[in-house]
Design a protein around this ligand. Structure first.
Ligand code: GTP
Ligand code: ZN
Length: 317
């Protein structure tokens, strides 16, 4: 391969066969370039619908044809219900911010627990960030969030509206590649707009438009923030807002291993095949009854377990 005629770049966003690349090797760090995949395929064809995601590093020729995807350090996925498969949302992440809110919409541990499972599955470090503190944070919410703090996960409270907690959030994001996931309405667009005031954030509209299309329920996008010396000091990949995260990539038997707070009890159940649901002698159920496992977490577990068990039954029907 003639290196002189090739450049490296990072996928900022893209759909179907057109990808915007940034962080290109060359003179101008802020240059972006619209490139194409030759024949819509890559040698590493692990996801034919979605061969490239924001954060992917690629090699491109001088005509703007993407030749190769460089090896991924990791990738963040979600379950695509329509395709019945995992879908890559972002690649090469240092961390993922799981965004929630208080007030509107109210704090919802179910989504959080599901997003934490995705992060654990993909070995991406999670951070929990709860927006809209200006609407008031009740002791009840603080008590529910303490569970995650206890699991060793950073928990931040902030408000895009008042700026409270924003310096702490930005310092956690600085000089890292961060994915953001959150349910619709938690203020993802507002957060991005406050960090990237020069960009007109139209994520809601764009993904809405594309969701009607066949291929692109996938429109994630990387935003770059440039420091004074011309280097990017923030790299944030926004992912499309979702209502619910499907968990079909794990089996019912594996589910409890994603609940680290069950670790001290799991091995003490009377049956080695215990699903920690209804079985006699279940140490996990006992721990929940003894207030050693938070009710939110046990409820999340039971709901996902039921969903996965039903999906498995349907598969064999
Ligand atoms: N009170 C309050 N409202 C906020 C805050 N941040 C965002 N909002 C409001 O929350 C609503 C939803 O914000 P968006 O930024 O559109 O939320 P989103 O998560 O991008 O939602 P989708 O576009 O549907 O994915 C808007 O009315 C915002 O003005 C905040 O810190 N405090
Ligand atoms: Zn059990």
């Amino acid at each position: 391969m003639n290196e002189v005629n090739h450049r490296h770049g990072t996928v900022l966003w893209g759909a179907n066969n057109i990808f915007a690349l940034g962080l290109l090797s060359g003179e101008d760090p802020r240059e972006t370039w619209e490139c194409r995949l030759k024949g819509k395929r890559l040698k590493v064809d692990d996801d034919p619908y979605n061969p490239l995601s924001p954060g992917d590093r690629v090699m491109v020729d001088r005509h703007g044809t993407i030749l190769e995807r460089l090896p991924r350090a990791n990738a963040f996925h979600r379950w695509n219900i329509k395709r019945n498969n995992l879908q890559t949302l972002a690649a090469n992440l240092d961390q993922v911010v799981i965004m929630g809110s208080v007030g509107t919409p109210p704090f919802r541990p179910r989504f959080l627990d599901r997003a934490l499972i995705c992060a654990e599955y993909d070995s991406v470090t999670p951070i929990i960030a709860i927006n809209k503190t200006d609407l008031g944070v009740t002791d009840e919410v603080l008590e529910r969030l303490a569970v995650y703090h206890g699991l060793g996960i950073p928990v931040l409270l902030f408000s895009v509206e008042t700026g409270e907690g924003m310096p702490e959030l930005l310092s956690l994001l600085s000089n890292r590649v961060t994915g953001i996931v959150g349910q619709s309405g938690v203020g993802k667009s507002s957060l991005l707009q406050s960090i990237f005031p020069e960009v007109v954030i139209k994520i809601g509209e764009v993904s809405e438009k594309y969701q009607r299309g066949r291929h692109t329920t996938t429109l994630a996008r990387m935003y770059l923030h440039w420091s004074g010396d011309g280097t990017p000091d923030l790299k944030i990949i926004d992912t499309p807002g979702v209502r619910e995260l499907g968990m079909n990539f794990i089996t019912p038997a594996d589910l409890s291993f994603y609940f680290k707070d069950f670790d001290p009890y799991r091995s003490q159940c009377a049956f080695s095949s215990c699903t920690h649901d209804h079985e006699p002698g279940c140490a996990v159920t006992q721990a929940f009854e003894d207030d050693l496992i938070h009710p939110d977490r046990y409820e999340s577990y039971l709901r996902i377990l039921q969903e996965l068990t039903l999906a498995k039954q349907r598969k064999y029907e």
